[in-house]
Structures are given as C-alpha cells and as structure tokens.
Write a protein that binds this ligand. Sequence first.
Ligand code: AMP
Ligand code: MG
Length: 405
Amino acid sequence: MNVSIGHSSAASLSMTRGAVLHINATTPLRSKSKFPFLFSLSFSTTTSRATRATASMSYHKQLAAAKKAASVAARLCQKVQKALLQSDFQSKSDKSPVTVADYGSQAIVSFILEKELTSIPFSLVAEEDSGDLRKEESRETLHRITELVNDTFASDGTIGISPVSEEDVLKAIDTGKSEGGPHGQHWVLDPIDGTKGFLRGEQYAIALALLDEGKVVLGVLACPNLPLSSIARSNLSSSEDKAGCLFFAEVGAGTYMQSLDGSPPTKVHVSSNENPEEASFFESYEAAHSSHDLSGLIATKLGVKAPPVRIDSQAKYGALSRGDGAIYLRFPRRGYIEKIWDHAAGYIVVAEAGGVVNDAGGKPLDFSKGRYLDLDTGIVVTNPKLMPALLKAVQESISEKASSL
Ligand code: AMP
Ligand code: MG
C-alpha cells in the first residue's frame, strides 16, 4: 500500500486553515443574500466565481459533518448486513434488508448534516425518496427503519439527536430530492453504493460528497468491509484482515484514510506505477454494470498481466486512491446513464490522491449537470502518467469491438 503517515501534516493543515475557516463559517456561499457585505469582501478578485469559491473556501466544518454522517450511517448498514448474513432463512431474492439499510442510511446522513450545519442552507441529491415507503404495505418496513435509526443514534452519546418519529424519517429521506446543478452547494449521497455486494456480504460503500458551484469540493467514502491493509495481494473475503475504512478528501488538501473505528488518518497517494505490465486493474463485480469483455481487451492491449480485481461499489476508488491497484475501468451497457452519486465522492478521493478520472473520450467528469453525468461511453481512472496510454488502448478497443459487431 502506498501511504505515508500524515498526522503531523493533518494537524498543520487544520491550523493553517483556521483563519479562513473563521471567515467562511459565517459566510457560507449561499448565504450571500444574508451577508452581502461580507461576501463581497471575501470574493472581490477578478477570477471566475467558481474558481474563487473553490480556491478560497474552506470546507473544514462540512468535512467533519460528512465524516460523522457517513460513519454513523455505516454503523446502521453493518448491523443490518450482519443480521442478514446470520439469518439462515434469508431468501436470496429478498431485497428487504438492503431496502431498510438504504433508507436508514439516507435518513441518518440527512439528520446529521442538518444538525451539524444548521447555519448552511441544505440541499441533498440522493438516490432514495420516500414514495414507496409511504404506501400501506411498507408500514412494517418504515417502523423497522425508524427503530434502527433511533437505536443507532442512542448507541452513540456524541450524536445528540433525540428520538425521531416515522414522519421525521420520511421527511429526512425526502430532503434528497434536490436536482443539484451548477449553482450553490449541494450534498450528493449514495446511502448504500453496491447493493449487490451488500446482499452478498461483500463490498459496499456509503458515498457522500459536496458540490460547490458545480465542482466536487469534498468527499467521504465509508467502506465497512474494505481491509485496512492493501488488497493488492490479500484475499478480499478473508476474515483475517482488519476491515472498515473511511476515506476523505477536501479540494486542495489531499486524501486521507482512517479506520471506521477512528484510528489517526494517514495521507494516501495513488500508485506511481508507469509500467502497465506491473499494474493491476479494478472493475465491477457485476458484469451487468461494466463490460468485462471490453476491459479484458483494453488490459491485454495495454500489456497488463495481472487478472482483474472485481469489487462492488466506490470502494474501488478508495482502494485505487491508496495504490492497491493502478487502474479502474467502467463500461456500462450502451444507453446507461451514470448518476452523480455513484462517482462524486470517489472522484475527489482519487483526484486529491493524485489520480485522474476521465470519461472514455479523455474528458473530465462534469458534476454540474444535475442528477446525471453526461459522458462519453465509460469511465477510466488511473495516475497521470498511465492515462495517455490507457486512453489510447480504450479508444482502440472500443473501435475494434464496434467493427467486430
Ligand atoms: P458497481 O458496484 O461498481 O457495480 O456499481 C454499483 C452501481 O452501479 C449502483 O449503485 C448502480 O447505481 C449502478 N448501476 C445499476 N445498474 C447499472 C448498469 N446497468 N450499468 C452500470 N451501472 C449500473
Ligand atoms: Mg450506487
């Protein structure tokens, strides 16, 4: 694993940001109508508004809230997954555990962000809404979700949220209906990314990011089943490795990883490997989410020798950010439209660790278009040195496949 111990730099980081934080804590971007005078003082240069915002804002307070929200949501998910795996009677087709954990995770993130960031206008773009949960046949499910949310809050004395009602839970879930877009700040959440992995007892992630003026400015990935040490050579399903990682990144401040139970953070970097023969690559476990044939062709063309490492969820971005592998390839079937919550947190975790995330045509991802990503064919992720050769192999492989049809 390619990590360097970073607690001293983390400390100086928060100290050097202290002054900026003080100013911005009282002048959140969207409160400019409330504080027009202070806002114009803070942003009076001639550069573009988005650049000014992301360059001079500190998101320290939002990052702390996001880490807390994702970690607590992860606890609820872990509890549900544990019960699911222990249940002998669980039918393979029964999706109810993931439904309960999905809604519960989204409600928890919404409650915690709103509580921690009371002074900041709140907009959340998230995967779930309460439509189905409000139906008569979902009464039991809603009851179970509310119970789990309250149990999770009660088991941690630092959260300070008093018991919530079923109606509170429905409302919290529905804060996720925002459309996002190029202006203002929007949280972006996938409450359980990799539901198929969750049901199999394997990898999944709680993925939370913040957009400011259309740019991802912070991201947190809670990966409860990802080993703390590199998965490059370890067996992903081995129970011997200690698991539970929290990756977090803020624009301009690097990417860090700590254990979900709260070890000191270490700064992480993507692999610096320039030689494809020594690189390994990640892809979806589910062939329905990403063409294994096409990635195999690309890897062969590039000269990659190692077999693919197949993992569910944005845990792939986390593992790549610490150098467990050098490449992530994603090629959904034609016509599939990617959602911003499937990539926003992973994108900044990799970018701040020194990696590059592009579409198959080599363009950066654009998170400013609303709930969906508008991109060319697929997503490719690697370090800047390998990217040109990778994009060439991608383009050649796509043309080859198209002409063989
Ligand atoms: P992964 O775990 O990498 O396979 O990706 C999981 C995510 O893929 C889910 O959160 C879904 O939003 C997304 N997804 C669902 N269906 C598809 C599809 N047909 N192609 C690509 N991605 C999909
Ligand atoms: Mg997802």
